[in-house]
Design a protein around this ligand. Sequence first.
Ligand code: ASP
Length: 349
Amino acid sequence: MSVRFPWVVFLIGAWLMTACSDVQVDAGANGGANAGSEPAAIERPRYALAIHGGSGVIERGSLDPETEAAYLRTLEEALAAGERVLEQEGTALDAVVAAIVVMEDSDLFNAGRGAVLTHEGTVELDASLMRGEDLDAGAVAGVGRVRNPILAARAVMEHSPHVLLAGTGADTFAAEQGLELEDNTWFRTERRRQQLERAIEQDQVRLDHDDDLGTVGAVALDVHGNLAAGTSTGGMTNKRWGRVGDSPIIGAGTYASNASCAVSATGHGEYFIRRTVAREVCALMEYAGLDVASAARQVVHDQLGPMGGSGGLIAVDHRGNVVLEMNTPGMYRASVRSGEDPIVAIFAR
Ligand code: ASP
């Protein structure tokens, strides 16, 4: 009895630790599962892709069935768009962009059209993209005209000597690159107008998560063994003074390195910047030798949680292990690995 009790405590503890995460790991990454027998051959999936549509106060029963179905459908579409690229041996970068464009184009998410509104009732969008192969990266912050900010982030990476462009200059650059522009009013929806009205009444700068929706992101491993990550958002409702969150900050909201993993985060950006969340997950793998699931858990639960930083992240490592980790009641998310059924989920449990 005295021997068995600690094991019961350990097993319950282990279950609780994983209650708020989805993990898809390769055959060799689950340690003890094959203990005592021949180690299983570690087969890396040909490709892996994970996406998120924001994390937050999304509890079972809080969404009406039609809304829930619409989210699940759009997540499936975004995942399928990214997977098509990977299946055809396209790059992780192309897959990440393809998935994010679908979510930016949907007015369900806090990105592109349908993003949250600033205090002045306008839309200011942030996005970033990073390639794990050569650590190349591009980002835009506070743009209000370019239809797909993730395409602008890509253009910054590929066609400018810079990493981050902001404000009207970034929109001008996007126009010069031939990207589609819209009037700022095109991005604004009635639902967001009402959300802003409530936030102003309550004198709050609100995370979209408090209102059930969120930022979007994607991470991928391609058949060539390369990783990429991207994130796109409208930031926080009722934000002022050109506030910029973590999403366009390389190392905070987005990071990718073939040496470790690709990460896209969603949550209260101020905390994610201070914790350099995306880079921290990679650094724990690179310097402390943690696997991607342990690194993500440590950052989300042990570092962000105690500070009050609510949110989550998705990550894929160079062996195709996929992690979707959050310290909130829910996160819109989906993932797929070659040869496996896709996972599409909203609630933490
Ligand atoms: N991280 C984003 C920001 O703080 C918000 C979000 O993830 O919904 O701007």
